[in-house]
Design a binder for this molecule. Structure first.
Ligand code: FPP
Length: 252
């Protein structure tokens, strides 16, 4: 039975849902500082906010959810904060893996996640393996992710395929290139949400976001709820997407 608390709000159209939602979960630090708490408390509250948003996405039949949990640039943060984020990843998987599995979610770590510290790597690998035969929502967890690095890595893989005679120069198209990215085979994000006010992509899904609708809110990530997500989807459903072309009425 669908939990009525997370039924699709009546102001949203079920047939115009974004297939893929991507989120830059920003503002954990400021949320904590505003409360006189350490930044690490903000990250923990952020992890709890993620729980609610995943549930909404599953109930609202979103096909793919991608969240930016740790970027290739986040290694510049103080060692204690990095440790906290890695420990939270481990804690998140210990707490949530079974529930995610039970919701038929497939977990896909994306980014250079195989280079994470041992425990963070192991839980990511276990989550991927454990949920690999699920057929429901794809949940891309971007950890040690950078859009530029992902593109460079795709170039290397295509070069190797060319050198091995598996791919010819003529076969390199946008579609082929996209299939070598970590999100290969998935639809591009329709809606990219950034919390906490900034208007930057911050090296997130650079290739995939070419025609993504960008939505920004001042809400800090730990305060972001299903109601805020519904608001973002409402705005998305009322945008006119042209993908570089014209709407029919403009052609006349
Ligand atoms: C940006 O906030 C947030 C991050 C760098 C980490 C995101 C992590 C979580 C939401 C929690 C962990 C979840 C998992 C699954 C590990 P910020 O610290 O840059 O905030 P600020 O801009 O206010 O300083």
């Amino acid at each position: 039975m669908v939990d009525s608390k997370i039924a699709l709000p009546s102001f949203l159209s079920a047939d115009k849902m974004p297939r893929h939602i991507a989120i830059i979960m920003d503002g954990n630090g400021r949320w904590a500082q505003n409360r006189g708490l350490p930044r690490t408390a903000g990250h923990r509250a952020g992890m709890e906010a993620l729980h609610g948003i995943v549930e909404c996405c599953v109930h609202w039949q979103v096909e793919v959810l991608t969240v930016y949990a740790f970027s290739t640039e986040n290694w510049k943060r103080p060692r204690k904060e990095i440790e906290c984020l890695m420990n939270l990843l481990v804690e998140y998987m210990h707490k949530e893996l079974q529930a995610l599995y039970d919701q038929n979610i497939q977990i896909r770590p994306i980014g250079n996640w195989t280079a994470l510290p041992k425990k963070a790597y192991e839980v990511s690998k276990e989550a991927k393996e454990y949920t690999k035969n699920n057929t429901g929502m794809l949940f891309n967890l971007a950890v040690n992710y950078g859009g530029r690095l992902e593109i460079v890595e795709a170039c290397k893989k295509i070069t190797n395929a060319c050198l091995a005679g598996q791919v010819t120069m003529q076969e390199i198209t946008e579609d082929l290139f996209a299939s070598y990215l970590d999100t290969g085979g998935q639809p591009d994000p329709d809606l990219l949400i950034r919390t906490a006010g900034e208007m930057r992509l911050s090296n997130f899904l650079l290739w995939q976001s070419a025609y993504t609708e960008f939505y920004r809110t001042d809400i800090f990530w730990p305060d972001f709820t299903g109601d805020h997500l519904a608001q973002a989807i409402y705005e998305y459903q009322n945008r006119k997407r042209r993908f570089g072309g014209l709407k029919q009425e403009q052609e006349e």
